[in-house]
Design a protein around this ligand. Sequence first.
Ligand SMILES: [Zn+2]
Length: 368
Amino acid sequence: MIKIKYPNDKTAFEADYIGLFSITPEIQDKYVRINAHLNNHLPNSLEELLVAPIETLITSCFQIPRLPKHLQRYLKNFFQYDDFQNKISYFFIRNKNKINLKTCYYCNIDFINAFQDIGDYNDGLDFVKKASENELEKIKDIGTATIQKILAQRGLINSLQDLTLNNKQKINIENFVLKDEHSHFTLDHVLNKAKHPISALSLYNFVPCCYSCNSKFKGKKELINEVNEAILSPTYSNFSFHEHSSFKILLNSKVADFKGIKKNEDFVVVVEFLENADKYKKYLEVFKLKGRYKSHKHIALELINKSQDYSDTQIEEISKLVNRPVALIKSDIFGKNIFEGTLEDNPFTKYSRDIASNIGIKDVKLID
Ligand SMILES: [Zn+2]
């Protein structure tokens, strides 16, 4: 539903990714021999394969001749995902700000944020004064002896600098640098790794997504069955579901216009496509998006009701009364994500923006 926005200059991002695999000349050599066996349908080097654009990957996968079982097994073993799963997952956590990892790229229904397993503290000083031993232990480079020091000193200090710890430890506390970060996301292979083993470790074959999209709905289903279906992958530079689709309200025959809508039964929400309808209909089906969005129809009803409660004139009056700009009042009423930010910032942003625009709320941000 939402295109993954990679950094504009991908050089460092991709080099960082390739670095996860510690490719030796022997491994490279093996890869070259594998490629020769596959009629050289793969990129020339393993590095190139690891960061190949999804369309290149798809073309390679579909060009490879049918392989005998033993060779298929060998490939699966060579491109073994399980060995690198943690490293790859951590790569996405480390780069969460670069790709704005916030909601599921497939559905925009659930958050997929990476999070730190400690409570909310004002600053490092607040943290050392109040944190439990268990929380103190989560800070990088802090062990049992240091925790005892902190516990003995924390009642007496006025600043972090008063602690008799080394500088690195103080910096880690100040910036909440933890030993581990946790994630709410799963990584989906766009191209099924069992069927297309050569794609199992490639960066642009991964979509960070919610558990439901990955395991419950897509599962082992093939999202992409042919070369010209790259457009179904949020990792593809021309992915356009968010631009070429629109949630739209259709009124029940008993209701004359949006003003007449009072309850869920008064309208339905459909998805219309400007382009690539056939392809994107498959996308809706694979992720069961029609049904999943239908169960959140209250979001649309709430927007409709609010637009009935507040006319443009009334919003202007409130703005004058409280001496705040109209835009801020509208954000307060209808929700900030409708007017600013990016689609992936919050769940249901695409849905809310389309509905808001559909019912005539002005200044909705439609282009991300
Ligand atoms: Zn999802």
